[in-house]
Design a binder for this molecule. Structure first.
Ligand code: GDP
Ligand code: IMO
Ligand code: MG
Length: 424
């Protein structure tokens, strides 16, 4: 398989980082294509925990070339913090990490604007990660963003930054009653970052197209998930990029025809962090049990994740808009202790039963989930190393998810270590 896309197929935090790490064993290039340091991708290697925010999860494999594609919004401060963390762990990135010179830069005012907007939004709060993602993508689409290419050019950086900071300060001061940022300090800090970023900058679309033509194994790593997609997610409770398959094309410069396989990562249940509708949410003891068993706390913000049952309606939707060839089903072990497990198969709305994921947020917010209930296996499965090792009831649950979502399950994970991801 030369170009494989790994996408989050729910509301993020499905375990993409872990799956990408496992597949990186046979990859030569791993690429992030959208989002920014809002992502938190957790990978365990021999008991040691790594949380990656900007770097592709392939970075822990020392031979892999890692690429930060043009589709991201890139925070230099977060980047250098992450590099420092890897260095402390003796992981060298020398010569094997490239950043697109077309990537858009997140400046301190983007983060301030994001946080100020959220703190003043009251009931309209999205629950963002506060990493400046929305404001940076707004600048990109408003055509006044600053890309790495401009950042590396003193003249362009000064000129653009002056204009942008002036505008940002006006909003911060007038609308949010926040103190303005100093041009000199933002500019000086940015110049220092620019000097340090120079060795990493490249036209990564050339590198990726060359790698594709020479049939190298390339993994495209999504951040967030389909239901947080700016076009297909539960708008406006979404992120500001396209985690779905289109984002992998516009965010890398690889042609659509290069993508040979799309793997959707899904948890064996559902979680969501931040605001927005979540039909199969269990806001009760069951939700708490899932949270504790799955240690569902955000890798980026530490917030408790909302938990609920697997939702077939959204899984089928996600499969369709991404063209999923297969599912990597994670965290099956989290369901070990449950006597009964529910699967949401449709929603009841004021206008009847829905089996397709609706665009209207009010419908989604007010709908009632309909469930089928299956018996749990009530056995620890973390030591299972093949599909056949799983208890019959766990096999049956996996089979039902395949049948109901219409997509075969290719991988199942039963724990956080590398050997706990089973190929079905
Ligand atoms: P990502 O953002 O999609 O990469 O996912 P996160 O890293 O934010 O969240 C997934 C969490 O689940 C991480 O803490 C993983 O270590 C953990 N995890 C992944 N797979 C499994 C699994 O099979 N079993 C258990 N118990 N935990 C898992
Ligand atoms: P990974 O890659 C889960 C959510 C935020 C908020 C909304 C918008 O780890 O799966 P943003 O900061 O992007 O403007 O926030 O999106 N969100 C995520 N939820 N996993 C993520 O990333 C997320 N990145 C953003 O909680 O609801
Ligand atoms: Mg995460």
């Amino acid at each position: 398989m030369s170009v494989q896309l790994i996408v989050g197929a729910q509301w993020g935090d499905e375990g993409k980082g872990q799956i990408v790490d496992r597949l990186s064993e046979n990859a030569e290039v791993v690429v992030r294509y959208q989002g920014g340091a809002n992502a938190g991708h957790t990978v365990y290697v021999n008991g040691e925990k790594f949380i990656l925010h900007l770097l592709p999860s392939g970075i822990l494999h020392r031979e892999v070339l890692c690429v930060i594609g043009n589709g991201l919004v890139f925070d230099p401060a977060a980047f250098f913090e992450e590099l420092g963390f890897l260095k402390e762990n003796n992981i060298s990135v020398d010569g094997r990490l490239k950043i697109s010179d077309r990537v858009h830069i997140i400046f301190p005012y983007h983060k301030k604007l994001d946080q100020a907007r959220e703190s003043k939004a009251g009931g309209n709060k999205i629950g963002t990660t506060g990493r400046g993602i929305g404001p940076a993508y707004v600048d990109k689409f408003n055509r006044n963003g600053i890309r790495l290419a401009e950042m590396l050019d003193d003249y362009s950086l000064k000129q653009r930054l002056e204009q942008n900071l002036d505008l940002a300060n006006r909003i911060l001061v007038d609308d949010y009653h926040e103190p303005p940022l100093s041009f000199v300090s933002v500019f000086e800090e940015s110049k220092k970052f620019a000097d340090r970023l120079k060795p990493f900058a490249a036209d990564t679309a050339i590198i990726l197209n060359d790698a594709w033509k020479s049939e190298k194994n390339i993994l495209l790593e999504g951040a967030q998930g389909a239901l947080l997609d700016i076009d297909f997610g539960t708008y406006p409770f979404v992120t500001s990029s396209n985690p779905t398959c289109g984002g992998a094309v516009t965010g890398t410069g690889l042609p659509a025809s290069a993508i040979e396989d799309v793997l959707g990562v899904m948890k064996a249940y559902c979680t969501r962090v931040g605001g927005g509708p979540f039909p199969s949410e269990e806001e009760n003891e069951t939700g708490e049990r899932l949270r504790e068993a799955g240690q569902e706390y955000g890798a980026t913000t530490g917030r408790p994740r909302r938990c609920g049952w697997f939702d077939v309606v959204s899984a089928r939707y996600s499969a369709r808009i991404n063209g999923l060839n297969a599912i990597a089903l994670t965290k099956l072990d989290v369901l070990d202790s449950f006597e009964k497990i529910k699967i949401c198969t449709s929603y009841t709305t004021a206008d009847g039963e829905l089996t397709e994921f609706p665009a209207n947020l009010r419908v989604l917010q007010d709908c009632k989930p309909n469930y089928i209930e299956v018996d749990g296996w009530q056995t620890e499965i973390s030591t299972c190393r093949s599909f056949g090792d799983l208890p019959e009831k766990a096999q049956k649950y996996v089979g039902m998810l395949e049948e109901l979502s219409g997509v075969p399950v290719r991988y199942i994970s039963v724990g956080v270590e590398r050997e706990q991801t089973i190929q079905k």
